[in-house]
Design a protein around this ligand. Structure first.
Ligand code: AMP
Ligand code: ZN
Length: 505
């Protein structure tokens, strides 16, 4: 893909622009999760889009420095700086300390993105680890005359930042006309909290000393402080969901530029929402779909990634179980076709030029503001194109997968199969390339036995079984998430290739 020009839609200018970074590595900041609950698949759609962006930059030959923050304090339930801190609310719901809740949901988030084959960032800064940097930024703003104090905090005075409304195209006159209860002591409806004082009547679990009194940072100052702590200004790219445009990113720009006097970010990219039954999917609602929900329904995580490619990232994507099932099937079909290519070809390795030429329509779609529906269609055209050598088609699929992240290149050697042992004695085996899976009862029994041994923490017995399987060429690997991957050599399953089984507890 090297040599292609990348075009990205820049929210700041409402236009598709040629991407020309200032920095090497390209600096990329993505607003991270508020860790008061599980991420829902809507949140994860945004991280998939950002991962495609990062993979595209890498495929283009750029080095990338990627930051995703963890919001573990200060994100209030209302954008108007009123309401409860989502973290404190989450702790009450779960009955644990805020600190424990933050650790727990940070871990589940990292696990979710690993399942979706989202590449981890270079750094995961936590808001609670950066309070001094936030205080420093607020002091700068205070020094430049952009702040005022009310009885509940230190606020940014948006009237002092004349271009405040420009980024989101806000109609501030109308907003002012609508000023109501939410205003409190704020001078303008668009003013926002930089530092909130701890309520007098309530002991917060997370609070810090500051020059203005005990309290906690506003959500927006967190992202400005953390992005500037790890990336050179102006940052090349800053991303988030489309809901961040109007308030969070508008405020980030105002405070960062007012404090530093420099452009904050050059390219702003926003992913549209996953919508669900006529509305958006929200973490605060009672019903929301998580990676665990998909697992309960035996839907592979990468089927959801494939589903996300059915719409452009700047288009709302409507969720339905039927549409997700269709994407799961389409991923299976794509893998099958790619898998079959390895046995068809007798040709020698294709040249770099042949690969680049065959992949051109795929890369053109990707470079056109990450048009993944078109890119996937282009890949289908390539793998089905019988005028191209099968080996070339397979290599193209492997390279395209560096951007797609669908684990196409490892198929069918690692055909993902689910082995669910309800009690360790029974197992349901599914295979995406040879249904029904013709796996011998003996192997099933051995795998059940090992699973039982692990459950009972009889690791000596489990290890003995692993070694026994290893001697027969069956490689057993226990994964950190509690699943076990088992690669089975040819001859044991009906297909000729190696198989992999994912064994979930
Ligand atoms: P949060 O954890 O709520 O701070 O959100 C994490 C990311 O998910 C942010 O970039 C949000 O803009 C994004 N987001 C929230 N809801 C959705 C949704 N329904 N679809 C897509 N992205 C979303
Ligand atoms: Zn942010």
């Amino acid at each position: 893909m090297q040599g292609k020009t990348l075009f990205l839609y820049n929210t700041a200018h409402r236009s598709k622009e040629r991407f020309e970074p200032l920095h090497d590595p390209v600096s990329l900041y993505c607003c991270g999760p508020t860790v008061y609950n599980y991420a829902h698949i809507g949140n994860l759609r945004t991280y998939i889009f950002e991962d495609v962006l990062k993979r595209t930059l890498v495929a283009l030959g750029y080095n990338v420095r990627h930051i995703i923050n963890i919001t573990d304090v200060g994100h209030l339930t209302s954008d108007e700086d009123t309401g409860e801190d989502k973290m404190e609310k989450g702790a009450k719901r779960e009955g644990g300390s805020v600190w424990d809740i933050a650790v727990h949901f940070t871990q589940t988030f990292m696990h979710d993105i690993a399942l979706l084959n989202i590449l981890p960032p270079d750094k995961w800064p936590k808001a609670t680890d950066h309070i001094p940097q936030m205080i420093d930024l607020v002091e700068k703003l205070e020094g430049h005359g952009f702040t005022y104090k009310t009885s509940d905090g230190i606020y940014f005075d948006t009237a002092k930042f004349p271009s405040y409304a420009a980024f989101a195209g806000l109609d501030t006159e109308n907003l002012r006309a609508g000023e109501r209860v939410e205003m409190g002591e704020k001078r303008s409806v668009t003013d926002f909290a930089l530092w909130k004082f701890s309520p007098k009547e309530e002991k917060r679990q997370m609070e810090w000393e500051s020059p203005w009194g005990i309290g906690f940072p506003g959500w927006h100052i967190e992202c400005s402080a953390m992005s500037l702590a790890y990336l050179p200004q102006p940052i090349d790219i800053h991303c988030g969901g489309a809901d961040h445009i109007r308030v969070h990113h508008t405020n980030e720009i105002a405070q960062a530029e007012a404090a530093t006097g420099k452009t904050f970010v050059r390219y702003w990219l926003h992913g549209e929402f996953l919508v669900f039954e006529k509305g958006k999917m929200a973490k605060s609602g009672d019903h929301f779909i998580t990676m665990a929900t998909l697992r309960q329904k035996d839907i592979a995580p990468l089927a959801y990634r494939m589903f996300c490619y059915t719409a452009h990232y700047r288009t709302p994507l409507s969720f339905s179980w039927d549409a997700l099932a269709a994407s799961a099937q389409s991923l299976t079909n794509l893998r099958r076709v790619i898998g079959s290519l390895s046995s068809q070809s007798k040709a020698s390795s294709p040249s770099v030029l042949q690969i680049a030429s065959a992949l051109d329509p795929f890369y053109t779609a990707v470079a056109d503001d990450l048009n993944m529906p078109r890119a996937v269609a282009a890949l289908w055209d390539i793998v089905r194109n019988e005028s191209l050598d099968a080996h070339l088609r397979r290599v193209c699929a492997e390279q395209a997968d560096n951007v797609l992240g669908l684990e196409l290149g490892r198929m069918p050697a690692e055909t993902v199969q689910t082995v669910v042992g309800a009690d360790g004695a029974t197992m349901r085996l599914e295979c995406t390339t040879c249904i029904p899976l013709d796996i011998c009862d003996k192997l099933t029994a051995i795998l059940s036995e090992r699973r039982r041994a692990r459950r009972e923490k009889d690791y000596t017995a489990a290890d003995r079984i692993r070694q026994k399987l290893g001697a027969a060429g069956i490689i057993v690997k226990d994964q950190p998430d509690g699943s076990t991957t088992i690669s089975i050599p040819a001859g044991i399953c009906t297909d000729d290739d190696k198989k992999a089984l994912i064994f979930m507890d």
